[in-house]
Design a protein around this ligand. Structure first.
Ligand SMILES: Nc1ncnc2c1ncn2[C@@H]1O[C@H](COP(=O)(O)OP(=O)(O)O)[C@@H](O)[C@H]1O
Ligand SMILES: [Mg+2]
Length: 103
């Protein structure tokens, strides 16, 4: 599991047991409350800001030789806590299930 500390990479907080089924292990992540689709089409978040910030996330991963291999709109989520202006919403890259470290 990736454990990177970057503003535009969804934060990994740890593992948890799922009470209803002890055979399932849950992943605890930072909660991102908007999809990219909703943020861009309904709320009109600046797409340029999103592209730039996702590029910063990719640059950070690449500096550790990590390639996510599944970068697509569904894997970009937007965090906008209550009371925060939309102009300060933070795009986050998520879903590192296909990520690979290259030498
Ligand atoms: N941290 C998160 N906060 C809010 N929703 C999330 C978060 N992580 C995943 N999701 C939601 O779950 C969907 C699937 O999760 P994802 O990690 O992309 O797995 P996969 O695409 O492999 O099923 C995402 O597209 C998103 O809608
Ligand atoms: Mg996904």
């Amino acid at each position: 599991m990736l454990k990177f500390n970057h503003e535009n990479i969804v934060k990994f907080y740890g593992w948890t047991l799922v009470e209803e089924d002890p055979q399932i292990i849950g992943i605890v992540l930072e909660w991102c409350n908007y999809s990219l689709d909703m943020a861009v089409t309904q709320i009109k978040v600046d797409p340029f800001k999103i592209i730039v910030e996702v590029a910063l996330a990719l640059e950070h991963l690449h500096s550790f030789n990590i390639i996510p291999r599944d970068v697509k709109p569904h894997n970009i989520l937007i965090c906008k806590p209550l009371g925060v202006e939309w102009s300060n919403a933070v795009p986050n890259l998520c879903d590192f299930g296909c990520a690979k470290k290259c030498n």
